[in-house]
Design a binder for this molecule. Structure first.
Ligand code: COA
Ligand code: AMP
Length: 629
């Protein structure tokens, strides 16, 4: 079927479309219908089906003869390790870990926080939770104690599974002290912590609270798969919103299974048995969906890569891994290839490897700049597919559905909406605008299966963040347009979320940290354009009256504060001191204008600006850092 036929089939009969897609999943009890809309505008899918995610991702493949196939290939240039784990081995590992968790009282609906680097044990932990119906919440290793504490207090986990350390190219990340710091700060306390000791660092266990990964599995009975309701939460994944409090995106079990499985053939064009690689991190949604769940649910081999696109050991690493493991479809963030291109502009390293198994490269997580796409196209002669999605949706809203048909690639566009998504561009009043006109990107409700039904413990926030602005629609938080051919263009965020090296960060959260410094009276953080990372955060500080200390000292202190409280991943390194911030007469900081000045773009002087002269001060301050040229 063509894309147009498939999209029309969904539009004409969404219920039939999603019930048919659900047939590819092994249910303990088939759902009687797909959509449950009794609570509209809150929608759920497959509520009366009973199913287990781990069974679908692991056990059924063993039963169907894939036991000896590689489920996971671990390739870690930072530790010089390679390991292959078959589906049969994965089943044993996961059942054992799940059994040990169950023996210590973890059961259906209990939350388990996972704080682990890119090692296969991170996937074991996620799948073990799924096996017993526990709800995991994975926290990215680049977040510091405070962010971890905030998530512990919100998710209230019964236990935490962590590794002793992570490995960054320039340092060992000591997870255990970060974990201890978080638990000391959090109001919620956990029953126990499971620590996976890595060879690179043996952490000191806290007596009475911490158990060793291997020791606590000794002698326990492996756990069977527990079927849960289709709308049972599979996991919570925190993501950045406008404020410092992260949003706990809830992923429902049934829809997650059905939708992810559908994407593997139709978008990524892989068949069971093929090798699929998403170079991301399990701490992000790409890692949840496309390192762990989707490839395994679909019977593929997934790669757990512990390294960076450059420097581990060189800019040829990606090509080496693709070649060595015969990767068919590869997925990463554009920033990763910008880093590769910077170091190997002629693609000399790529030429050293046999990439004959590779059929397409997929990019997401941030805007894919045409330069990077063209560079990849020239070098590989393969389709380079930009696709657009969010933590909230868990998979692509818009993509080029290569498994159905390869649509013509238009640079700057992630192509067309996927079945399930009726994407509309709306004006401020919520009215659809004509083709080619910029507006807020919204999706007509209901969102398809697998997308967030709500935020963890925060239904009001869910309604306010996503549904209230445009009744009947989900507000994506992105602005853009649709052209005459139905291609979508994503131009910018409409909120204070920025995207740094493919990582979604909240400027509001950084402002809260800056504002906590004793000398700071007022502040603003904006995202300025960066050739490598897409955007970089930049802080403006207004100091308290009477502060005479050296500004560079204060800047150093706030940079350290953000690193300590949010984490290195915030990449907050730039700040300037200004006397005043530009505001509207009602007191709203004009961040958008500041971004335009920093990026050297034209802007329209807002009619509501309080004092236009402040913009000159902002420009002068930015020029000291090499911006606003
Ligand atoms: N644990 C601890 N620290 C981490 C971390 C982790 N898992 N991931 C990143 N960090 C640290 C880095 O070490 C760095 O610290 P530093 O300030 O001491 O150098 C800081 O966080 C910023 O990291 P990053 O923004 O990733 O910059 P980088 O210079 O280390 O690497 C890229 C740049 C482009 C190579 C890298 O960002 C990259 O590979 N990005 C791809 C992103 C991605 O996969 N996104 C997922 C969506 S698909
Ligand atoms: P995250 O939730 O971390 O996946 O970030 C989602 C946000 O990243 C989106 O709302 C967009 O702002 C941005 N984004 C993701 N993919 C793309 C893309 N292909 N093009 C442009 N922006 C993207």
């Amino acid at each position: 079927m063509t894309y147009a036929d498939t999209y029309a089939a969904w539009k004409n009969d969404p219920e039939g479309f999603w019930m048919q897609a659900a047939d590819a999943i092994d249910w303990d009890q088939k759902p009687s219908k797909a959509l449950f809309d009794d609570n509209a505008p809150l929608y759920e899918w497959y509520n009366d089906g009973m199913v287990n995610t781990c069974y679908n991702a692991v056990d059924r493949h063993v039963e169907n003869g894939r036991g000896d196939q590689a489920a996971i290939i671990y390739d870690s240039p930072v530790t010089d390790t390679k390991q292959t784990i078959t589906y049969a081995e994965l089943q044993t590992r996961v059942a054992s870990l799940a059994g040990a968790l169950a023996a210590k009282g973890v059961g259906k609906g209990d939350r388990v926080l996972i704080y682990m680097p890119m090692v296969p044990e991170a996937l074991d932990a996620m799948l073990a939770c799924a096996r017993i119906g526990a709800v995991h919440s994975v926290v990215f290793g680049g977040f510091a104690s405070h962010e971890l504490a905030v998530r512990i207090d919100d998710a209230q986990p019964k236990c935490i599974i962590a590794a002793s350390c992570g490995i960054e190219p320039n340092r060992v990340v000591h997870y255990k002290p970060l974990l201890d710091g978080a638990l000391a700060e959090a109001k919620h306390s956990v029953d126990f912590c499971v620590i996976f000791q890595r060879d690179q660092e043996i952490a000191q266990l806290t007596e009475g609270r911490d158990v060793d990964w291997h020791a606590f599995q000794k002698g326990v009975a492996p756990a069977p798969c527990l079927a849960v309701e289709g709308n049972h939460p599979a996991y919570i994944l925190y993501t950045s919103g406008t404020t410092g409090a992260p949003k706990g995106v809830v992923r429902p079990t049934g829809g997650h299974l059905v939708a992810l499985n559908w994407t593997m053939k139709n978008i990524y064009n892989v068949d069971p048995g093929d090798v699929f690689w998403a170079a991301s991190d399990v701490g992000w949604v790409v890692g949840h969906s496309y390192i762990c769940y989707a490839p395994l649910i679909h019977g593929n081999t997934t790669i757990v890569f512990e390294g960076k696109p450059v420097g581990t050991p060189d800019a040829g690493t990606f090509w080496r891994v693709m070649s060595e493991h015969k990767v068919k479809s590869f997925f990463t963030a554009p920033t990763a290839f910008r880093a590769v291109k910077q170091q190997d502009p002629q693609g000399e390293l790529a030429k050293q490897y046999d990439l004959s198994h590779l059929q397409a490269i997929y990019l997401a997580g941030e805007r894919a700049d045409p330069d990077t796409i063209e560079w990849l196209q020239d070098m590989t002669k393969l389709p380079i597919i930009d696709h657009w999605w969010q933590t909230e949706t868990g998979y692509a809203i818009a993509a080029n559905p290569v498994g159905l048909e390869l649509l013509p690639v238009k640079l700057g566009s992630p192509t067309v909406p996927m079945p399930g998504y009726d994407v509309q561009i709306l004006d401020d009043g919520g009215h659809p605008v004509p083709a080619g006109t910029l507006g807020a990107i919204a999706v007509k409700l209901p969102l398809p299966p697998g997308t967030l039904p709500t935020l963890w413990n925060a239904e009001e926030r869910y309604l306010n963040s996503y549904l209230n602005a445009f009744p009947g629609y989900y507000e994506t938080g992105d602005a853009g347009m649709i052209d005459e051919d139905g291609y979508l263009y994503i131009m910018a965020r409409t909120d204070d979320v920025i995207n740094v090296a493919g990582h979604r960060l909240s400027t509001g959260a950084m402002e809260e940290v800056l504002a906590g410094h004793k000398d700071v009276a007022e502040c603003a953080v904006i995202g300025v354009s960066d050739a490598l990372k897409g955007q970089m955060p930049l802080g403006f500080l207004c100091l308290n009256a009477g502060v005479t200390r050296d500004h560079s000292e204060i800047i150093k202190e706030v940079v350290t504060r953000v690193r300590d409280q949010i984490g290195p991943v915030a990449a907050f390194k730039l700040a300037v001191v200004v006397d005043r911030l530009p505001k509207t007469r009602s007191g709203k900081i004009l961040r958008g204008v500041m971004v335009k000045i920093a990026d050297g773009q034209d802007f329209k002087m807002p009619a509501t600006i309080d004092d236009p002269a402040i913009l000159d001060e902002v420009k002068t301050a930015l020029q000291t850092l090499g911006y606003a040229k």
